[in-house]
Design a protein around this ligand. Structure first.
Ligand SMILES: C[S@@+](CC[C@H](N)C(=O)[O-])C[C@H]1O[C@@H](n2cnc3c(N)ncnc32)[C@H](O)[C@@H]1O
Length: 221
């Protein structure tokens, strides 16, 4: 996907805003995300992982999903992951080193440019709003995912329009973590365009969503 110079400048500004937002969150991230574990398990379950598969963890943060993904693909499978924040990635790197996991390939890189060592059979977008709202990032990733691959997502969305004022809450909750806190009506839409059988449902009383689909067969969409 070709980008003009001004598009690529504003893209790298968004990346930088996100990197700054996560600079001081890395150390406390795992504790703050503890309450998300049940939803994380549900989202990973939607991937229907099989032994021997290669699964991609998009914007993997501190690697909190690695144990669930490793369990899903078993000893013959592989976890691929990337994360652009140096501080978040360092926590993930130390986790992998501490556990001695040789079946995790991960890299400190952005979704817009990352090149995977092999195509993925399944892909997890867990609370990766900025990536999901960036066409260049979604395109780069979905081109490296096999046709027929399971895709699962979870994140924050706006409440339905009739719950209007409550959306201030969604915006406020999203703002500390994301460069595009207002783009919450259909956060899954760019990913859904690459999928067949895409389905979403509300979580957290309407302020969250969980979704899944299957990567379309046509690599051009
Ligand atoms: C809310 S955290 C979620 C982390 C992880 N997916 C999880 O479930 O715990 C969002 C992560 O996306 C990363 N991120 C945001 N934009 C990115 C981009 N363009 N490329 C790679 N990572 C990005 C952030 O640095 C952050 O670690």
């Amino acid at each position: 996907m070709a980008q003009s110079q001004s598009q690529s400048q504003s893209q790298s500004q968004s990346n930088q805003i996100s990197i700054e937002k996560y600079r001081d969150k890395a150390a406390g991230y795992d504790a703050s995300a503890e309450f998300t574990m049940p939803l994380r398990r549900r989202t990973v379950a939607l991937l229907q992982l099989q032994p021997g598969q290669t699964v991609l963890d998009v914007g993997a943060g501190t690697g909190l999903s690695y144990p669930l993904l490793r369990d899903g693909v078993g000893p013959t499978g592989r976890v691929l992951a990337f994360e652009q924040s140096p501080e978040m990635f360092e926590v993930a790197r130390l986790r992998v080193q501490r556990e001695g996991w040789t079946d995790v390939w991960h890299i400190n890189q952005a979704a817009e440019t990352v090149v995977l060592p092999q195509p993925a059979d399944a892909v997890l977008f867990n609370y990766t709003h900025d990536i999901c709202r960036t066409p260049l990032a979604v395109d780069n990733l979905m081109r490296q995912v096999r046709p027929g691959a399971r895709v699962a997502m979870a994140g924050i969305k706006f409440f339905p329009w009739w719950a209007g004022p409550l959306n201030l809450l969604a915006w406020l909750k999203n703002r500390p973590y994301n460069a595009r806190p207002a783009d919450l009506w259909q956060p899954w839409s760019l990913v859904a365009a690459y999928c067949d059988d895409f389905r979403w449902s509300g979580t957290q009383w309407g302020m969250g969503y969980i979704a899944s689909g299957t990567r379309k067969a046509d690599p051009q969409r």
